[in-house]
Design a protein around this ligand. Structure first.
Ligand SMILES: *[C@@H]1O[C@H](CO)[C@@H](O)[C@H](O)[C@H]1NC(C)=O
Ligand SMILES: *[C@@H]1O[C@H](CO)[C@@H](O)[C@H](O)[C@H]1NC(C)=O
Ligand SMILES: *[C@@H]1O[C@H](CO)[C@@H](O)[C@H](O)[C@H]1NC(C)=O
Ligand SMILES: *[C@@H]1O[C@H](CO)[C@@H](O)[C@H](O)[C@H]1NC(C)=O
Ligand SMILES: [Zn+2]
Length: 965
């Protein structure tokens, strides 16, 4: 299944409400799952699979025959295709939705062979008069050898045509086939999506080819370097419109077998890869850009959504973003149009098909009345991500999937630049640190991580290719490229890019081609000095997993680096050519003055300017480097003093990073836990979102571990002292909660304010949420709660309310027609403190008329995140696990459920219960789920260890704080 855009939307309520977003690594895997699930119900990332990618690499082909290898032989090159497809939008007599097709491909023979091996999957072919599945003719007067036999290799997804004689090198041939396939609802290849409009079911035929599903639509050389030109024709029912990568050339109506159909032809495509093909037949309507734009921009979607203006925001930003990228890449957009189309069913967030970008509805539609600022941000960043690919990915394409990280990391990185251009007041570039860098740190600090770049021969099968669409590829890729752009300077980076796109337009590259073009610019620019070539520097970051923690000792002026691992006892068993050492660009400041950049090239080095007894030193300015930083205790003290005396001398991003580094260093047992806690002391002065968010994510683990223990009281008191001033500040800037805060980041932070204030008992907070919710109960048709605050308000109002609030929320949940709204209520309902309501809510998960199957896991995990609900959810899954398992095909769902429910486990007693549960499952003969329970046991053990080592210290420290107040 393709995932054109993997990165999930940051979800306020998931982060705030239950800490599924906690960055602490013990939770990371379930986090990745939860977030991925949210955007992608149909296509879950199996977390165990994600971590163990390398294990699957050893699969070898069953024999050495060319058709048993997964890669195409290098004997033939496609030139162009003529493809006609006819999707049927009503089921046939057998109840099946099908499409039929005719396809020809012109290819050139480049090495002598008597075999034509071409991808084809799940297609049924019509036999020719010679009783073969395909017909071969020679082009330009060439004689074509006769077909000996044709057959299909289902494992490797090939159609094989064996010829009686060899093809001639340098000659071109035409291979023609007729076939039919199923227009199934599996979200891959040529598939169907359904929705209801005015009570009538509508069917859309659409595609998702990336990475390996073009072969499900018609026979093709389905590898990214097999670029060709595609002439596409679609047959479709009257009343529908057909779209494809190229512009429609015209539509004629005709009658086939007494059936009236329309035939639409399209402009031939540019020379392109098969995975970027797209075609859609639908009853959608569009809005389009004003005629003065030289590229036609259209936003397509369901009639109702477009008529209601849900595509307006996308239309507003698409053209400026396209122009921005033309300028940034200094290369014209080569097509005459750019369609953006929102599909009711779509597996990924969006897909960058050249000229016809496909989106999930939530990634393209924005409704100011119900959507929040985050929803809008998601739309603009997804559009920029996809449009960035129009050049980087589509015009110049990786030779093979092993370089996917370059494609995706790049689009993820520059999407922030484009979004910043479209929404200049948001400071959206700063969010990269929370959304990409810290996210990558979390996964990359595990021994189970993997290098960004794999060898070409390590990624062969479709499953191996699928596995590459992960956090490392997207987020670490983005973080690494941001670092590169920073140390080269943005202008050198952009110039190198331009040269790269220019040289390799319409062809394929490996990542070293980009390094080469960047190196040329560096060599020509005397103002930039690198300690080694771009290639040598970058190899250390992409060919070995993980990242360093840099330790600066200001007493001695020594700096050193060490592979950062969150688990202090972890043993790395993967060798690295670079010995887990990196070339680290250290930007730094002393007492607030920028001291420039210093390269650390060895394990340890001495750097005299960093030696000081009096000044504070801060490194990794704005977290542009992909590494964490530790200091000697004197410097830590000086930094803490600076934070409390005047934190604004240190940038917002570095304030966030000081907190994040400290908590993770403590977690890895490199510094003391109380030092980490002390980085939060200055928060009573902090008004900015990013440092608060960083602190909240890190403290989430404390809530999980302590919310049922005696530490909770002092923790609440301490944090109330920090949250109170922020709550008061927001009360002022929102005119007593009646207005939106004017700054974008403050709209984000408002969620943190209310969440923290209510959680820690700040006076006025629960009154506020109750008041809002009461107003809504009085007038259910006009919800007065600002969209971005809904999850928190629902949660707190239901938590402090009783059955009346709960039942109202449930009624609104059942009535809601907007997916996002239902999700928010689903979460809010789990917050009640009334045990019987929680139990009834859990029972509802057993009844598909009450709670849909796709929401069961969320519901149970949400309830388990509530300290009252935790034991209820645990009892519930132990009592019902057999029927829960039956409901889900794969073990990954069950895994996420278990890991979600045991998040708070931290006692020996809980560990024993978990072990008994494992035995019960094993005894009943179920094989799956055991892996997840092993993981759950491991996490519980780690929690027990962490609590036993830290609880007393944390408790004492918190008590001291309240005494000194
Ligand atoms: C493929 O289609 C193009 C455009 O319609 C046409 O010019 C060409 O002759 C076709 N090629 C073959 C081999 O049929
Ligand atoms: C293709 O053939 C198989 C085997 O006869 C059949 O089960 C399947 O339904 C066919 N698919 C289509 C789309 O006709
Ligand atoms: C789109 O732009 C128009 C004109 O600038 C503006 O009036 C409208 O509010 C914008 N729509 C959205 C949803 O941003
Ligand atoms: C850090 O980022 C802020 C924006 O968040 C910017 O104003 C500042 O100049 C940056 N500092 C450095 C040293 O790049
Ligand atoms: Zn992408």
């Amino acid at each position: 299944m393709g995932k054109g855009f993997y990165i999930s939307k940051p979800t306020g309520f998931v982060l705030l409400g239950l800490g599924a977003g906690a960055v602490l690594t013990i939770l990371t895997l379930s986090v990745v799952y939860t977030q991925e699930k949210r955007k992608n119900e149909a296509n879950s990332i199996d977390e165990t699979r994600m971590v163990m990618t390398t294990a699957a690499y050893s699969t070898s082909a069953p024999s050495n025959k060319p058709w048993d290898k997964y890669r195409l032989p290098d004997t033939l090159r496609p030139e162009y295709y003529n493809v006609t497809l006819w999707p049927r939008l009503v089921a046939d007599k057998q109840g099946m939705y099908i499409f039929t097709g005719k396809s020809g491909v012109a290819f050139k023979c480049v090495k002598e062979t008597n075999l034509i091996i071409i991808h084809s999957n799940k297609l049924n072919f019509t036999l020719t008069s010679e009783m073969h599945h395909a017909k071969l003719t020679g082009l330009e007067g060439t004689h074509a050898p006769a077909v000996l036999k044709t057959w299909f290799q289902t494992q490797t997804q090939f159609m094989v045509i064996q010829l009686k004689e060899n093809l001639q090198v340098g000659k071109s041939y035409w291979l023609y086939t007729e076939f039919r396939g199923e227009l199934s609802d599996d979200l891959g290849g040529f598939y169907r999506s359904e929705y209801v409009e005015n009570g009538v079911k509508k069917v859309v035929a659409t595609t998702q080819m990336q990475p390996t599903a073009a072969r499900n639509a018609f026979p093709c050389f389905d590898e990214p370097s097999m670029k060709a030109i595609f002439h596409l024709t679609l047959l479709h029912p009257p009343g529908t419109v057909a779209l494809a990568n190229g512009m429609e050339l015209g539509t004629e109506s005709m009658t086939i077998n007494n059936q009236e159909v329309l035939l639409t032809r399209f402009e031939p495509t540019e020379k392109m890869s098969t995975y970027l093909l797209a075609f859609v037949v639908s009853e959608f309507i569009n809005i389009r850009s004003p005629p003065e734009a030289n590229v036609l921009i259209r936003i397509w979607g369901r009639r109702e959504a477009i008529a209601n203006g849900q595509g307006d925001y996308a239309l507003n930003v698409t053209f400026p973003i396209l122009k921005y990228f033309e300028k940034y890449y200094n290369t014209k957009y080569p097509l005459s149009k750019s369609d953006q189309i929102a599909l009711p069913d779509f597996a990924a967030g969006a897909m960058e098909n050249w000229g016809l970008v496909t989106y999930r509805e939530t990634s393209l539609f924005y409704d100011p009345k119900v959507s929040s600022n985050e929803d809008r941000e998601w739309v603009v960043t997804v559009i920029t991500h996809e449009l960035a690919h129009m050049w980087f990915g589509n015009l110049v394409t990786m030779r093979w999937w092993n370089d996917l990280w370059l494609n995706e990391g790049f689009a993820s990185y520059v999407s922030y630049l484009g979004a910043d251009y479209a929404e200049p007041t948001w400071n959206i570039k700063d969010l990269m640190v929370l959304q990409q860098v810290q996210r990558a740190f979390a996964v990359d600090a595990l021994v189970s991580s993997h290098p960004l770049s794999s060898r070409e021969d390590e990624v062969i099968t479709p499953d191996q290719i699928d596995e590459l669409f992960d956090t490392i590829t997207y987020s670490k890729g983005a973080a690494i490229l941001r670092m590169l752009s920073e140390f080269l300077s943005e202008s050198v980076f952009a110039k190198g890019l331009h040269n790269y796109l220019h040289e390799y337009a319409y062809s394929n590259t490996v990542h070293t081609d980009l390094w080469k073009k960047l190196q040329e610019v560096v060599d020509a620019d005397s103002s930039i000095q690198l300690p080694a070539s771009v290639n040598e520097i970058m190899n250390r970051w992409i060919l070995q997993m993980g990242f360093p923690v840099v330790t600066i000792d200001t007493q001695t002026g020594s700096i050193s680096q060490q592979h950062f691992l969150i688990d202090p006892e972890a043993v790395v068993d993967k060798p690295s050519d670079y010995n887990y050492e990196w070339f680290v660009p250290i930007t730094w400041m002393k007492n607030g003055s920028n001291m420039g950049q210093h390269w650390l090239l060895t394990k340890t080095a001495s750097y005299e300017p960093m030696k000081t007894d009096t000044d504070w030193v801060l490194a990794n300015l704005n977290v542009t480097g992909y590494y964490r930083v530790n200091y000697d205790s004197h410097n830590w003290e000086r930094l803490l003093t600076q934070l409390t005396s005047d934190h604004k001398v240190i940038s917002v991003l570095n304030r966030a990073q000081i907190i994040d580094d400290a908590f993770h260093l403590a977690r890895a047992e490199i510094i003391n836990i109380t030092l980490a806690l002390r980085t939060t002391q200055y928060l009573s002065e902090e008004k900015e979102y990013i440092p608060w968010e960083s602190a909240i994510r890190n403290l989430e683990y404390f809530f999980l571990m302590f919310d049922r223990s005696e530490v909770f009281g002092p923790l609440q008191t301490y944090l109330r002292g920090k949250a109170q001033p922020l709550f008061d500040h927001f009360k002022v800037i929102t005119s007593n909660w009646t207005q939106k805060p004017p700054r974008y980041m403050d709209q984000y932070n408002q969620q943190n304010v209310i969440s923290m204030a209510c959680k820690t008992g700040v006076k006025g907070c629960s009154e506020l949420t109750r008041m809002w919710y009461r107003q809504w109960m009085k007038k259910p048709d006009s919800n007065p709660i600002p969209p971005h605050l809904k999850p928190i308000v629902y949660c707190n109002a239901i938590a402090t309310g009783g059955v009346e609030e709960w039942d109202f929320g449930w009624k609104m949940f059942k009535n809601s027609t907007i997916g996002g709204e239902a999700e928010k209520l689903l979460f809010g309902l789990s917050c009640t403190k009334v045990p019987w309501l929680l139990n009834r809510y859990l029972e509802y998960t057993m009844d598909p008329n009450q709670i849909r199957k796709q929401d069961i896991i969320f519901t149970i995990v949400y309830v388990a995140s509530n300290e009252i609900g935790q034991p209820l959810a645990w009892d519930f899954i132990r009592a019902n696990w057999e029927s829960i398992i039956k409901d889900f095909e794969g073990g990954s769902f069950f895994g996420s459920l278990i890991l979600g429910v045991i998040k708070k486990f931290s006692t020996k007693f809980e560990l024993q219960q978990l072990q008994r549960f494992k035995e019960d499952i094993a005894a009943s003969g179920f094989s799956f789920g055991t892996h997840a329970i092993e993981q759950a046991i491991e996490r519980t053990k780690a929690n027990i260890k962490w609590v036993s080592e830290n609880k007393a210290q944390v408790m004492n420290w918190l008590i001291e704080q309240s005494v000194s107040l």
